[in-house]
Each structure stands twice: as C-alpha cells, then as structure tokens.
Ligand binder design. Structure first.
Ligand code: SF4
Ligand code: WCC
Ligand code: FE2
Length: 635
C-alpha cells in the first residue's frame, strides 16, 4: 500500500496511518487535483490581464492566440520568466535580510548576533576588495553590508553586481556582459521582468528568455551573498555526524521542528533549546528539548550544528502526525499552508515568525533581528506549553533514521583535500578528474513533487552515476532525500561507488581523519547554498584557466517544483552547466521556447536543459554530457 508514493519507508508508514485516521496529506490533495489542467501543464494559459484567461490550443485545432494576439511562444516565455522573477525575489530577499542584519550589527541594533567565523568575514572582505586591516569590526561589517546592499540598489546598468563579478571566472563574466545578461541590480532584474511581461509589452520569446537568464543570474547573486554572509555570522560548515528521518523525534523530549529557510531565527531556537533545558524538564520532558529540521532551515542547522533532519519538503506534514511534535516553527518559503489546518487536529503549535509569511491557524510571533533572543525564548516557551497538552498514548514515532555525515562547505572540501596536499589542495582533486578516477561532478538540487515517487529519482540517478565514478554533491530537499536514505554515509560509498571513486573518497576521508571514506553524496547545504558547489567549480576552473562550460560538471533537479528551483536551474544553464529536469517543465506548449532552452542556449552560454523523466535514462544523459566535456578537454 502506498508503495508508489515515496521510497521513504517512514513516509509510506505514516501515509497508511494518515488514511486510517482520515487525515489528508499533500498526496491526497494531489489525487484530488487529477487530471491536472493540460493547458497549465504546457504553459499556454495566460492570466496576465483581465481580458483573459486566454488559452492557446496546443493541437492547432483551436485558438492560436490570446485576445491581445499573444501566441503560445510569448505566453509560455512570459509565464516562465515570471516564475524566475519570483524565485529570484525569494532567494535575494533572504540575502537582503542577511546584509541588513550586518548593517544593524554595525549600528549596534542587533545585539544578539556575533561574527562566529572571523576568517570567513576576512575572506569576504578580500573578495569584495574591502581592506580589513586596521578596521574595527563594526566598520568592517558596515562596509561589507553597504557593498552588498549596493547590489540591490545600483542604477548604473554598465556595472555588474559585485557578488556576481567576484565569484565567477573572468571569462564567464565577460560572456554574460556581452550577452547583456549580467545583472547590475538584483531587484531591478525582478522588476524588469514584471514590467516587460505586463500586457502589451515584450512579445519576443527570445528577448523574454534573455531577461529570464538575467534574472536567474540575479538569483545566483542573491544566493551567493546570502550563503557567504550566513557563514560569517553562524560559522562555515565543517563535517558533522547526525541523523535523518522521523526516528529523530524523541518521545521523552519536547520536540521542536524548524522549517523554511532562514538561519537568522533557527540559530537562536537551537541556542534557546539549550538555555531552557531546565524549564523543559520541569514541564515533564526528561530529555529536555530536541530541535529537528524540516526542509532547508533543517539543512542550515544540520550543516552548522549537526541538528538532525526530520524530513524534506513533500513529507513536511508527517512529523505532526507522530503526535510527538510540540511545535513547528517556520520562517519563509516552501511551508505548506496545510500545516495550519493540520495542527488544529493535534496538540502541535504551528508558529509563524515572519511578517511576509503568515498562515491561518498558526500562532504568529513576529521575529525581529533587534530582539532575536527574546523572540526565540517566547517561541520555545510556547513549545513547552504545547508539550503539556501532548497525549503520550497517541505518540507513534517511526523508529527509522539514517546516519548522515554532512557539513561539506566548499571550505570543508578544500580542507579535507589539503590533508593530501597542503600547498595545493585542489591538485589532488584535479589530478583524479584528469586521470579519470573521478569522471566528473554532479550536483543534485531541488525539491519534491507528488507527480513522481518521492526521492526515487534522486537515489536511482545517484546510484547509476556513482557506479560510473562521478562525484556527487547535493543541496536542498535533494540532500534531504539522500540523508534519509543513508546515502550520506561511508557505507553507501562502499556499497555504491565505482572502484576508482571509492578509492579516492577513501584516500581523502582517511587522510582527513574520518577513519573511512567520504560519504557517497556530499551534503552542501540548503538550496540557497547551491552557490557552494559553484564556488568549488569556479576554483577548479580558475586553477586550470578554463570557463565553467568546459568542466565535466552537471546538475540534476529530478523533482523540481518551486519557482526558486526554476531560477536555480536557469542560472546553472547561464553559467554553462548541462542541467537535467526530471519532471516536465511547464513550457512544452512552445516549440520555440523548448528549442531555446534545450538547444540554442548552448551557443550562448554553453549550458542547456535536458528533460528526462526516466531516472536511468537521465543518469545516462548526464554521464554522456560529462563524457562530451571530457572529450573536448582532451582527458
Ligand atoms: Fe489574454 Fe493577452 Fe490578456 Fe494574456 S495578456 S490574458 S493572452 S489578452
Ligand atoms: Ni529548496 Fe525546493 Fe526544498 Fe523548497 S526548500 S522544496 S525550493 S529544494
Ligand atoms: Fe530550500
């Protein structure tokens, strides 16, 4: 029963239980939506103005234009880039929040925050050409914040965003400038899309798609700065051992799940869980407070603090069904509105925290950086109160979880490599790529969708590529899939890696003091942290003097669904990376758009999209893309 819904046994167990108790989940609501609208799936439904909605008949035997005359190509391109704009806005809003926090710190207005990683701060300053020497911390924070915020406000279109310029190879930047797609201002890239897709404005699909590429690069910029500034504040991740899946919930503890994306809050929830330990024990929870993660806030605290991960996006409702979750604390993005109604059936308190993300049915405790500790204390106390209403007889926690070795920031990877060659840490990695022990690198990113069996394609593609000696990296809910399935362990390396990959991972792991190989899939963080993988690729490219589109590096988003994922996939292509999508993107109604995204864009950026719903075939195509790159490099 339910075997086709997920490859995660915990999920399948909980779904049986949900059915018995007449509790509805995302999988049920997906079924209620079937059959989904064919026009929407093809991207040919336009709701840009109120003369519509207009639909173009994809079979050619109905209307071929909307009322204003827009054809399928215009409509599909407009719909696609509006999604990219939303993804860009979401990621970069997260980045802006970080930069503004640095500015507040410099003005003494965010007293609870500190710089945990001084080295990272110094690296950031150097990257941005800011002199750190002789400066007071506050002054340095201020300069970094203002330089970063200038990427949201610059009006001179001839100057690209600093965080883009400083984090990609020179040759790539030149190419992007030539194509007119290097953003000068993140917010302007978003606004440009909203302006040009207004009724009666840009109708040229290629021109529309180019602005989509520009916005996706603004998305990259916002992500890069968000990740780097978070590292300075909360620490750059280092290898850490933890666990994943619903078994990480503990009956004897007050369980708090943190979900969403923003480490500005969740870091303090983790601190407060320790501080209020005695209050929890007094309330009857002998084990104190157990913080677990969901989705990307989960990835953030997993990477930096080894907080266990309860589950990834699609199964975010299920921790509540265990009856053991006392509070679900959420910030922004990828939080199902269903949680409001669902928590009404349980003792679990849903707590929203951000002004731009309120959910009916939740308790709202507004979080401000100025009073981070105070708000976090209030939130954790709400969890303690909720725990007092828990019915222990109804608690049913699936006893399954997998070990996870996470924390592989680019710095952590380089540090591990430096145990092999301290003077030139990238050399061993490069040598192994050149001699074929490592055939290439694949980055798994993106979400979950009920359109396919949850996590299945991630695991299948990874097994296929690992067997062929491809080094695997993962972020976001893809990382969640691997974490739950035990793919972030040494055992998985022994079981699934091809011989030469296994030998390399063992050599690095052992010399780095791990007493075994590196895990099969390296956890690089939340979805905003995809730029960690880019920074590693850029370091390799710079070292051998090539551009990213020459490296044997590919990306795969087997279950992409969010607009952020669309933006990420698009910047991967803009940076020159062959990028696989495992679900059919909502663009198939326009042959012109499909042709640009899968073929013509190759001539512009070197990257391209490939769509393949069969995971074995997808692995084959990704491997072929790697081989094509190797051939061109002559290796
Ligand atoms: Fe219809 Fe044109 Fe309005 Fe879109 S913009 S809804 S195609 S009239
Ligand atoms: Ni990023 Fe996708 Fe997860 Fe949300 S958290 S569901 S965008 S991968
Ligand atoms: Fe995410």
């Amino acid at each position: 029963m339910n075997q086709n819904k997920s490859c995660d046994p915990c999920v399948n167990d909980m779904l049986v239980q949900a059915k018995q108790n007449h509790i509805e989940t995302a999988w049920d609501r997906y079924e209620q939506q079937l059959p989904q609208c064919g026009f929407g799936q093809l991207g040919v439904c336009c709701r840009v103005c109120w003369k519509g909605p207009c639909r173009v008949n994809p079979l050619g035997n109905g209307p071929q234009r909307g009322i204003c005359g827009a054809d399928a190509h215009t409509i599909v391109a407009r719909n696609l880039i509006r999604g990219i704009a939303s993804g860009t806005a979401a990621h970069s809003d997260h980045g802006r929040h970080m930069a503004k926090t640095l500015l507040e710190m410099s003005e003494g207005e965010a007293p609870d925050y500190a710089v945990k990683d001084q080295k990272k701060l110094a690296d950031i300053a150097a990257k941005l050409n800011i002199t750190a020497e002789g400066k007071e911390l506050k002054e340095l924070l201020r300069e970094i914040a203002l330089t970063t915020l200038a990427d949201f406000s610059r009006q001179d279109e001839s100057i690209p965003c600093t965080w883009l310029e400083k984090t990609i190879p020179e040759s790539r930047l030149k190419k992007l400038i030539q194509l007119g797609i290097a953003p000068h201002n993140i917010d302007a890239a978003v606004a440009d899309i909203m302006a040009r897709t207004h009724v009666g404005t840009d109708a040229d699909p290629v021109n529309l798609l180019l602005s989509g590429l520009r916005s996706s690069l603004a998305d990259y910029t916002g992500m890069a700065l968000a990740t780097e500034l978070s590292d300075a504040l909360f620490g750059t991740p280092e290898p850490v051992v933890t666990a994943a899946n619903l078994g990480v919930l503990k009956e004897e503890c007050i369980n708090i799940a943190v979900g969403g994306h923003n480490p500005l809050l969740s870091e303090f929830i983790c601190d407060m869980a320790l501080e209020l330990h005695d209050e929890a024990v007094q309330a009857g929870a002998a084990g104190g407070i157990n913080v677990v993660g969901v989705c990307c806030t989960g990835n953030e605290v997993l990477m930096r603090r080894g907080i266990p991960l309860a589950t990834n996006y699609l199964s975010q409702e299920l921790p509540i069904l265990t009856g053991a979750l006392d509070a679900m604390v959420v910030d922004v993005q990828c939080i199902m509105p269903s949680l409001g109604k669902l928590t009404e059936c349980f003792h679990t308190r849903l707590i929203t925290t951000m002004n731009n993300c309120k959910i009916p049915g939740a308790t709202h405790v507004e979080f401000h950086t100025q009073t981070a500790k105070e708000s976090s204390r209030e939130i954790v106390r709400l969890a303690i109160e909720a725990y007092k209403c828990r019915n222990q007889d109804k608690v049913n926690i699936p006893q399954q979880s997998s070990t996870v070795i996470g924390g592989f920031s680019a710095e952590a990877v380089v540090a591990a490599l430096s145990t092999l060659d301290a003077a030139d840490p990238l050399k061993p990695l490069l040598d192994h790529i050149v001699n074929g022990n490592i055939q290439g690198v694949a980055l798994f990113a993106g979400c979950n969708t009920p359109k396919v069996m949850q996590d299945h394609a991630y695991l299948t593609i990874a097994k296929e590529l690992a067997q062929k000696n491809v080094l695997l990296l993962a972020t976001g809910c893809g990382a969640g899939a691997f974490a739950k399935a035990g793919f972030m362990t040494m055992e998985a390396t022994d079981k699934f890696a091809g011989d030469s990959l296994k030998a390399v991972l063992r050599a690095i792991g052992e010399s780095a003091g791990l007493n075994g190989p590196l895990p099969l899939v390296l956890h690089m963080g939340s979805c905003v942290d995809n730029t960690r993988a880019v920074s590693l690729a850029v370091a390799l490219a710079n070292k051998i003097g090539v551009d990213i589109d020459q490296l044997p590096v590919v990306a795969s988003a087997p279950e992409c669904m969010s607009e952020k994922a669309v933006a990420i996939g698009t910047w991967a292509v803009a940076l020159g990376i062959p990028t696989h999508l495992g679900v059919i993107p909502q663009v198939m109604g326009s042959s012109a758009v499909v042709d640009v995204l899968t073929e013509k864009v190759k001539d512009l950026t070197g990257g391209y999209f490939m769509v393949e719903t069969d995971p074995v075939q997808a692995a084959q195509k990704l491997y072929e893309a790697i081989q094509a790159r190797r051939k061109l490099l002559g290796i």
